[in-house]
Write a new protein. Sequence first.
Length: 177
Amino acid sequence: MTALGPEQGRIVVRTTREGVAAKVGHDLEIEFGSWSGELELPDGDPGAARVSARVQVNSLRVVSGVGGVAALTDGDRQEITRSALKVLDADRHPNIEFRSEKVRSDGDGGELTGALQIAGSSAPLILQVTATGPQTWRATGTIRQTSFGIKPYKAFLGALRLSDQVGIEVDIRLSGA
C-alpha cells in the first residue's frame, strides 16, 4: 500500500461560467491543500488496483481566475472561498471522499471508476488516467454539482452562473514510493 498526499501531487477543480453576464465572472482554478489517500496495487497488477482519497474541504484555495472584466483580487478569492465552503456545507461535511470500484488498465493509463461523496451525497465518478512521465500520472474527469444536490452559484439574478459541470484534475508522482 502506498500512502498519498500533497507531497506526491495535487488535486485541482476547474470551474467555468455561463449566462448573459459570464464575461463579468472568472473561470477558476481551485486547489485542495490538505488531502490523503491510499493506492493498493496487488502483485503489481494495475487492473486490481484500489484507490481511495479524503480531501479536507476547508483546505480549498482559489489559485487563479481567468477572464472577467477585472483581475481577481485577494478580496474576491476570500469571498469565493467563503461561498464555496457554505455551498459545500463544510461545517457538516468537512471531507470529500473517493473510493475506486473498478480499474481498467490500458497501456500507460486507463480508467478509474468509483464513488465520490460530496456534502453528504454520493455519485459515480469516472477518471481518465494517463501517464505524464516516469512514475507520474494525471487523472481527469468531470462532475455535475447537481448530482450532489449542490445548486451552482448564481449572481446578478442568474445572469452570471457557475456551470453545473466542474472539471477535476489529480496529478500524482509515485517516484520513491
